[in-house]
Ligand binder design. Structure first.
Ligand SMILES: [Zn+2]
Length: 138
């Protein structure tokens, strides 16, 4: 039985060799397809279920594609369109997770997000981005 799973795993790995796999755009199209499918199951809208299915097909096509250069270009275009938003969302969740340990604040000069360990008292801060100096309590 163990041999069967090892054979299956190695034959899948052989089949996937040279294929593109997943990236940020692939995860986005998969999640968007899933959300559209869920919504269409409540609204019985043929257009939404078709769009959901189309997104699944795009996801699968991109995952198994052998044209890596084209897929990388598509993903870079997607990241350049959404990069700042996904960074902001990631930073927000990191801030929420670490808010007991660090005090987060913005540089008065350039609004760069900075942090100080809580309980370290008042510190003289030099912003690494713009060089602005100011005092901050934490
Ligand atoms: Zn600054």
């Amino acid at each position: 039985m163990n041999n069967f799973w090892q054979n299956l795993k190695s034959s899948f790995a052989r089949w996937m060799a040279g294929r593109y796999g997943t990236d940020d755009l692939g995860i986005f199209t998969l999640l968007a397809g899933l959300i559209l499918s869920l919504i269409s199951s409540f609204t019985v809208s043929p257009l939404l279920s078709f769009l959901g299915l189309a997104l699944y097909v795009i996801t699968i096509f991109r995952m198994f594609s052998r044209n890596r250069e084209a897929r990388i270009r598509e993903n870079q275009k997607y990241l350049s369109l959404t990069g700042t938003w996904s960074t902001k969302i990631r930073q927000f969740f990191r801030r929420m997770k670490n808010r007991r340990e660090y005090k987060y604040f913005r540089c008065p000069g350039c609004h760069q997000l900075l942090r100080l360990k809580r309980g370290c008292g008042e510190k003289e801060i030099t912003c690494a981005k713009c060089g602005h100096q100011f005092k901050q309590k934490a």
